[in-house]
Structures are given as structure tokens and as C-alpha cells.
Design a protein around this ligand. Sequence first.
Ligand code: N01
Length: 531
Amino acid sequence: SWAPPLYERNINEGRPVRIVCVGAGFSGLCAAVHFKDHLTNFELQIYERGDDVGGVWNQNRYPGVACDVPSHSYQLSFCEKTDWSAYYAPGSEIHGYLSTVAERYNLRQYIKLQHTVTHTRWDEERGKWFVTVTNAAGESHEDECDFVLFATGLLSKPIWPDNIPGRASFKGTMVHSGDWKAAKLPEDPAFWADKRVGVIGMGASGVQIVPTLQKKALSVTNFGRSKLWISGGWGSKMFEKLHKYKKDRGTNYFFTDEDIAAFKSEEAYRKFRCEIEEDLGSTHELSFRGHPLQAVFADKFTETMRDKLARKPEIAAAILPDFPVGCKRLSPGPGYLEALCEDNCGLVTDKIESFTPRGIRTADGTEHELDIIVCATGFDVTFIPAFPIIGRGGINIQELWAKESRTYLGMFAPEMPNAFNVLTTQAAAGSGSLLVVLEQQCAYITKMIGKCQRDGYRSFAPRRKAVDDFLKYTDAYFGRTVLTSSCRSWYKNGETGEATIRAIWPGSGSHAFMALQHPRWEDFEWETIKE
Ligand code: N01
């Protein structure tokens, strides 16, 4: 067959490269679109352990799973959907959206589903990564590539409450919120109808699960060991806007047919999206210590929470925080406080002493008899994938990052040449949609690969000083914010007080957008290809 001679190639076309990406969630799909649009002469292979694209949105099927970022902001800028059914879209709709992205950009050609990466290793001699993969039949092979992307998810490794003894003794059904699908539990409410359910945890997941179960279950007991701010109903234009939308029995806010029709007009859609983004960003200043808005928000949230809990004031007394608004992730919590006030629902704040064959025993000696226990106890944010990543000099990232992840801009580590983290550590912005950061990361990574292709570089890695400076900046930044005040949160990997924060980007979404616009080539060490 005819092929153009070498000199007829596009002058800007670089050397051929092979890229392997681990994960086909938002990050893997977004990166693939960027590569398709901006690189030539590349091969891409994406390995996904799940049975479909979508990452956590494929995996997370717990009752009430939804996004707590407004749907028009929680999507990729190059693939806009206007007919979202709800202000906070249900998980299944987001999963459907990600399938559409895969179809529209013809990405399935790159993806192997039910292929689990079990080992990755950098070969210094050859300047290549070797990725070991196992398929559903248990067969393994090794894939050799120039670049590897870890798009393994920000919150995808469930943490069980292992500090509570007796888990194995429970005779009913026990599931982690993130494992509902993996545990093959039915999504139909008939499954929990007339059952006694315990939900451990009151983070974003617990707050979505409780009101959904409460409607059909015989009883729902929420076990909470902390306090939390629920923002729903007041705080910014965004929450005021919620009242415009039809409410479905207190759990979500659905758009009317007229709203959806209006969003079909480019102008109305843009206006709405801009308002949301402005609103998400506007809460950023709240995160600074001593900001006058802190007291305003705390007063108003207190008033709203007390109002919603008027039927059970003892719950308000138990959960109203003694830490500043924004210390841990704020939850809009539609329907949560209302559900707690229903007769078949309640909050238990006594310490859990143990699991028993029949349920949960708390410190006051009560045995709470339960048929189902949902552990909405969060995720491991050490950002170490479940498989070894062996970098330069045989260093295993599992050991290197055991205490904390050390990166440059959340994407690069000195010991890991030609490797990228996408939307894992130091990526999500505390205010703004994390997908804005994701897109910017994917653009940055595409530029790095393009430069290697065109300019004759075999590998690159960030300078140690660049990493040190970024971490110094990160620590100084968070020290000025309320995120390092007294509460416990996953931002601090489950610790309290002034613990180090490595889980999120040090700044707002807009800050990340600006900071990641142009790669700083001088912050990397480049190694040329040896002739
Ligand atoms: O997890 P969490 P999550 N005994 O870590 C409690 C994203 N997300 O899955 O606060 C008793 O926030 C723990 O108590 P404490 C979103 O970014 C997004 O709810 O540590 N309790 C806490 O109450 C979110 O922020 C969406 O004292 C125990 C809860 O369990 C992030 O995921 C939807 C315990 C864990 O809360 C994490 O949310 C859902 C123990 N041993 C999630 N261990 C979207 O809408 C933990 N707890 C996009």
C-alpha cells in the first residue's frame, strides 16, 4: 500500500509514541479527546477495570447517588448537554453522559474494559514504561509504552470502618457506599422497603443515601461521629435559585419542562452556566481565615439548619459545628435534615462500639438491630493506586507516597519520568467544578507529550526544586485558610486540625485554570533521545 515518504509528513508531526492510560472515567475520556484533537502519530490504549466507561459514575450505584455540583457545571466544556433533568443530576444520568462522550468522540476504539492494571515499571535503559494488565479471563500481558497516565480517580478506593470490631460477625447485608454495584445489590427500592437500615457516616454520600432510603425503609438510623454544615436553602444566588425548581419529595431539584426548553437556546444556556460558575467561584473567599463572610454564613446556616430540624432540636444541638464554614466540604444536602425529622429516621451520635451479629452496639450499651448496614465512610486519599508503580531507581510510589503525595502541580513526580496523574492528588479545587481543572490538566499533559514528540526528547521529569516550591506554596496557602482549622476531613486524609493537605488544589478553580494554562518548561529536566 502507498505511504507518503517521510519528508512529506507534516513538518510539525513528531516521532511516534505510545500512551497507556489507566482508567476510563471522566479523566481518561477527557485526556483521550485532547490527544485526538491535538496530537498526531500516537497510539493510545486505555485499560479500564470496570465493565463500562464512567469510573466512579459507573461504579457508584448507591441509593440517591447524585452530583452535588450543579449539572451544567459538571460536564466537559467541549461536549455540552443542555437537557439535564435536575439541578443536581442523578448518577445514572452522568454515567449516560459519559457514554455519550465516548460515542461522540469515537473513544471506545482505544478502550479495553475489564482489564485491570496490576503493575507498572519504568525501564531507565529503554526509556519506556512496562504496564502489566490482567483481563476478565485472568490472562496477563505486558504493554510497553512511552507515557503512562494514571487516571485512576480521586475518590475510588473505599475505606471500611476497620477501627470498629466485629464487622465479619454481622449476619445481615453490609456494603460500602462505593461498592453497591460491586456487591451486586439491587438498585430497586423494593430491596430496602420495610428493612431496618443503618447508615454510618454523614459526608456527601451519607447525606444523599439517608433521604433516599428513608422514603421506603422501615427505619433508617444514621450513625454520625462528627458535625457538619448543610448549606441548602441559603448561602448564595445558587441556593436561592434552587427554590425555583420543582422539588421531588425533598431529595433533588428537578428542572421544569420550560427550563429544559429554555436551555436549548444557546444564550439562555450560557447565561445559566456562567451564573453557576460565578456562584461556585464566589464562595472561595469564604475559605480564608478571619474573612467577615464566615460569621454571616455561619449565622445563616445555623438558622436554616435549626428551622429544618425544628421537629427534632436535639439533632441540631448535636450536629451544628463548632468549626468554621468550609473547614470540610460543604454539602447542599437536599432533603437530608428533613428526612432525619421523619418518624422512621434518626441520628445516633453515640460512639459505635462494635458490630454485632444483629446490628450495631453503641457506647451507651444499646444494640441497634439492623437488616442492612451501609458504610458511607469515605475513600482513601493517599492517591496510591492499588498496584505498584516502580519509577526511577526502583522506587515504588506505594512506599514513597505512603505518608503524603509529593507532586509538581498535582501531575508530576521527580521519580516518575513520563508519567502523569490526572485528577488525583492536588487537583480538585475546593471551590469551582473540578472538571475545569481536569480539562486544563489534560491540555497541559498533551503539550508535554507533543514537545517530546517534536523536540527529540526521550523523557522528562519535574525538577526537585519545582516540587519543593509547589509544596511550600501549598502549605503556606492552606495555612491561611479555614481548611486547616479543627474539623476532621478527607482533605487532610481523615486527620484533624492543622494537618497537611495534599488532596486538593491550593486555590480556587479559576486559580488552577490560570496556573495551568502554559507549561513552564524550565521546571522540568529533559533528556534528549540518544542517536
Ligand atoms: O466520604 P467523607 P463521602 N466510624 O469522607 C464517617 C465526593 N462525593 O463518601 O467526619 C464512624 O466525606 C466520617 O466521619 P468524620 C465528595 O467530594 C461526591 O461521604 O471523619 N464514622 C464522615 O461522616 C465528597 O466530599 C459526590 O468524623 C466514620 C463519613 O464517614 C467525597 O466524595 C457524591 C468512620 C465519611 O465522609 C467523600 O464523601 C458523593 C468510622 N470508623 C461523594 N469512618 C458528588 O456529588 C468514617 N466515618 C460529586
